[in-house]
Design a protein around this ligand. Structure first.
Ligand code: ATP
Ligand code: MG
Length: 412
């Protein structure tokens, strides 16, 4: 089968031009280059994808250096790993040296050595991700599909390449469910059985790697579907026994997707995942996933604020009271509580803080207060804070009202 038509339809002009140059330069070196992995899968199903992965039976770094000269692209090479990345305006091109991988023990990182295209495809997660397309001029566009990935795309199946796949690398358990739900496919029968058998192997995977796969899940279009399925299969609970993938979380994820800007999405979802956990259980999940410091703190803020919500559940709080109850919390922790808490006074106050109160500033600053004759020092700080509260509560409106009020505070 030849995919020239799909390639030309799929890739932007600039990428096609670069690909032609890659093909020519590889021919000159006498080395074979291929599209591999997700991009091939997406060529066939016509799904947008601008992460172009290439594999070369030869030397990726050398090819990339030649490209940098000829195509004037920016190249970032990692000679130690035999990989290079070309960044272009609207797509990326990764080139890797074809490799063999051997897993010394489950969950360990594999031992890597140079290999053929076949070796490189055999190390991959699923048949639908283990196809390649030739870039060589004599058979440009030809599909290479030793594990029948195209048949599985047609039959809508996620299938591993050998029975030890999930125990070698249990992150594939999370990946299998991500593709199953993204594509609306099913797990092939034996793959499904081995997946369930190997769920405990998740214990062999480092926190960073599990977190990375969770991030990929949370960046999907419908993360709630994946989380629900992970809950049904006991996969979430294997990561932390208190995690649940039931109706509550799916409903909240759906809400986040409708409300928030995409860059925040994974972080808010992490905060939602721990929302119904106690401080101690959340702490152990944060450790298990080796969460980055800042997000770990936001997650802790989220739970601390949740515990304080009753202080906000009063019908007639003044804006200044709301402000000073909330201003030290991370914004994301407040946003998470808006999504996670029940409608009511507290929730409306959180929204009021996010939409209005956090932007309220006094018209006068410290320097201007000094010009009025109030000396620098702790008292001036106090006056600014009282002025800010008065402004929040609408007790002062104009600059001259602020001046009058500040002076009266100074003289008393
Ligand atoms: P996506 O559309 O989600 O980016 P992708 O197929 O490009 O899909 P990546 O996570 O970018 O997925 O990985 C690129 C390729 O590397 C995959 O297609 C797969 O062949 C291979 N791969 C990634 N992770 C693993 C893994 N844990 N085990 C085996 N192969 C993997
Ligand atoms: Mg990719």
């Amino acid at each position: 089968m030849n995919l020239v038509g799909q390639i030309e339809q799929h890739l932007p002009q600039q990428a096609l031009e670069l690909i032609k140059i890659v093909s020519r330069e590889a021919d000159k070196l006498g080395q074979k280059v291929y599209f591999v992995g997700g991009i091939v899968r997406d060529f066939i199903i016509g799904y947008p994808n601008l992460d172009i992965d290439l594999v070369i039976e030869g030397d990726a770094v050398r090819l990339a250096q030649n490209l940098a000269e000829v195509a004037q692209a920016k190249v970032l090479a990692h000679p130690r790993f035999g990989t290079a990345k070309l960044s272009c305006s609207n797509f990326t091109l990764d080139i890797a040296t074809a490799r063999r991988e051997i897993y010394a023990r489950p969950g360990a990182l594999p031992t890597v050595s140079p290999g053929t295209l076949e070796d490189d495809l055999l190390r991959r997660d699923f048949s639908i991700n283990a196809m390649a397309v030739s870039l060589a001029s004599n058979n440009y566009g030809e599909l290479i599909d030793p594990y029948h990935g195209k048949d599985d795309l047609e039959r809508q199946l996620i299938r591993i390449l050998h029975p030890k796949s999930f125990s070698d690398d249990a992150t594939r358990i999370l990946r299998a469910i991500r593709y199953e739900q993204r594509l609306g496919f099913e797990l092939e029968t034996q793959t499904g059985e081995l997946l369930e058998r190997d769920v405990p192997m998740l214990d062999t995977i480092s926190g960073d790697r599990i977190r990375h796969e969770l991030e990929l899940i949370l960046k999907e279009k419908y993360p709630e579907r994946i989380i629900k399925r992970l809950g049904e299969l006991g996969i979430l609970q294997r990561i932390n026994p208190f995690l649940e993938g039931n109706g509550w979380i799916t409903e909240k994820f759906e809400k986040v997707r409708q409300l928030s800007k995409p860059p925040y999405l994974p972080s808010i979802c992490f905060c939602l995942l721990i929302y119904r956990l106690g401080q101690k259980e959340a702490g152990s999940l944060i450790l298990r996933l080796n969460m980055p410091k800042k997000l770990a703190r936001t997650m802790q803020h989220t739970l601390r604020l949740k515990a304080q919500l009753s202080l906000l559940d009063k019908p007639s709080l003044k804006p200044s009271e709301i402000y000073y109850l909330l201003h030290e919390y991370h914004l994301l922790a407040i946003q998470t509580n808006v999504i996670a808490s029940k409608p009511g006074a507290a929730c409306s106050y959180l929204e009021l803080f996010l939409d209005k109160l956090r932007y309220v500033k006094t018209l006068l600053n410290g320097e201007e207060l000094q010009r009025l004759g109030i000396p620098a020092g702790p008292k001036l700080g106090e006056i600014l804070k009282i002025l800010h509260k008065a402004r929040l509560d609408g007790e002062v409106k104009t600059k001259s009202e602020e001046e009058k009020f500040a002076l009266s505070l100074h003289l008393n």
